[in-house]
Design a protein around this ligand. Structure first.
Ligand code: RFL
Ligand code: PHB
Length: 388
């Protein structure tokens, strides 16, 4: 087998890059370990930056997003029994779109189907070879048979646990990591959202977030231990805990119902450098993880794809400088989002063992945010997404 660009991973990064390259006239093959149904059943991100929406539109995969996504012009922050709104539109004249990752991935699979370009599902034992030569190849098992695909470029879009990043020699790869001492317990429920916009709450019992997918589907999170068993939480216990942590008027009026999904995600910051080595380029979670507090994970992945698609297109036009500069260009934006996600996580969560001084610093940070338009502008600028 031969293709121009072999993409490992059929999550949002791999699918979006594959489709943009297909539109640019390049031959791509996507290798995905899971079934399509499994990929589409994962409940993850919910907020898209304007830049991500534009990139999806460029791929012709934003028709449903534009019709069904919800534009949000701000968020609500709650702390110390008070809450205030950060009004993105007023502060910087931009907003975000609430549209679930599940829907984004569905739209990208539909676009890929229409293009006729291949995705192989259920591939096993993917290994990367000769990355530091001009003739790399990827070996794998599919339908019980050993296969190999020769290509010009390999793209590692295989998430945090995939094999691509591990293929970069240890002497070259540098990683940076912070593990936070808690996780998020998330619940999806077929109930109307608690409020018109997202509510982020810092409470003595821990962080809470009220989010949504559409008029009839809500997504909620509470800070728990990182190794919390989601099954140990009855729906009743979850709703009780959530309502204790969010502003009273919202807690009293929100509708609750049975959960249709419940899971715990650990919180971590992670960056791998470089994002390109030889003929291998990493995109999305394969190269970096942010805690979900800033809603940046999926958006960063789309940013990487934006840079890499342009770089590969130029490489095929005879200009290698884009690929040479890909890692530095992508990492500059990644570090900014890493800083923002870390800062918002530090500001909104309760840390086990925090001193009274730490607590006062957090309160001062939030008070400054409540009263300073300059501080709010900085939050708004980062939340809606820094420019590409
Ligand atoms: P993905 O979505 O992990 O997709 C990687 C794909 O690669 C496949 N794969 C392999 N394929 C072939 N061979 C192998 N050996 C393979 N190993 C793995 C996987 O099956 C998968 O299909 O990475 P991608 O495309 O870079 O997209 C990134 C986003 O998914 C991610 O940043 C966000 O979902 C992060 N994230 C969240 N981001 C937000 O902005 N808001 C959120 O609320 C939010 N919640 C989450 C999240 C990530 C989570 N993870 C990774 C556990 C909640 C969770 C639970
Ligand atoms: C979500 O809706 O899943 C969501 C929204 C905002 C975040 C994290 C998760 O910061």
């Amino acid at each position: 087998m031969r293709t121009q660009v072999c993409i490992i991973g059929g999550g949002p990064s791999g699918l979006l890059l594959g489709h943009l390259l297909h539109l640019a006239g390049l031959d791509t093959l996507i290798l995905e370990r899971q079934s399509r149904a499994y990929v589409l059943s994962r409940i993850r991100a919910g907020v898209l930056e304007q830049g991500a929406v534009e990139t999806l539109a460029r791929a012709g995969a934003a028709t449903r997003l534009e019709a069904q996504g919800f534009r949000h012009a701000g968020i609500e922050l709650a702390a110390q029994n008070r809450s205030f709104r950060v009004d993105f539109r007023d502060l910087i004249d931009r907003d975000v779109v609430v549209y679930g990752q599940t829907e984004v991935t569905t739209d990208l699979y539909d676009a890929r189907d229409r293009s006729g370009a291949p995705v192989l599902h259920g591939v096993e034992d993917v290994t990367l070879h000769d990355i530091d030569t001009d003739c790399p190849h990827v070996a794998f098992r599919h339908d019980g048979a050993h296969r190999s695909v020769a290509c010009d470029w390999i793209v590692g879009a295989d998430g945090f646990h995939g094999p691509s990043r591990q293929a970069i020699p240890r002497s070259v790869l540098r990683t940076y990591e912070r593990i936070y001492p808690f996780g998020w317990l998330g619940v999806l429920s077929e109930t109307p959202p608690a409020g018109p916009e997202l509510i982020y709450a810092n409470h003595p019992r821990g962080f809470a977030l009220c989010s949504m997918r559409n008029e009839g589907l809500s997504r909620y999170y509470i800070q728990t231990a990182a190794d919390e068993d989601p099954e140990a939480w009855t729906d009743e216990a979850f709703w009780d805990e959530l309502r204790r942590r969010i502003p009273e008027p919202v807690a009293e009026t929100m509708q609750i119902g049975p959960s249709i999904e419940k899971s715990v995600a650990p919180l971590r910051s992670f960056v791998a450098e470089p994002m390109r080595w030889g003929r291998l380029c990493l995109v999305g979670d394969a190269a970096h993880i942010v805690p979900p507090t800033g809603a940046k994970g999926l958006n960063l992945a789309v940013g990487d794809v934006h840079y890499l698609e342009e770089a590969l297109r130029r490489a095929y036009d005879g200009d290698p400088s884009g690929v040479d500069g890909y890692s530095d260009r992508a990492l500059a934006r990644v570090w900014q989002a890493t800083r923002f996600s870390w800062w918002l996580t530090m500001t909104l969560h309760r840390f086990p063992g925090a001193s009274d001084f730490d607590q006062r610093m957090q309160e001062a940070d939030l008070a400054y945010l409540e009263t300073s338009r300059t501080a709010q502008r900085a939050l708004a600028e980062n939340y809606v997404g820094l420019p590409y």
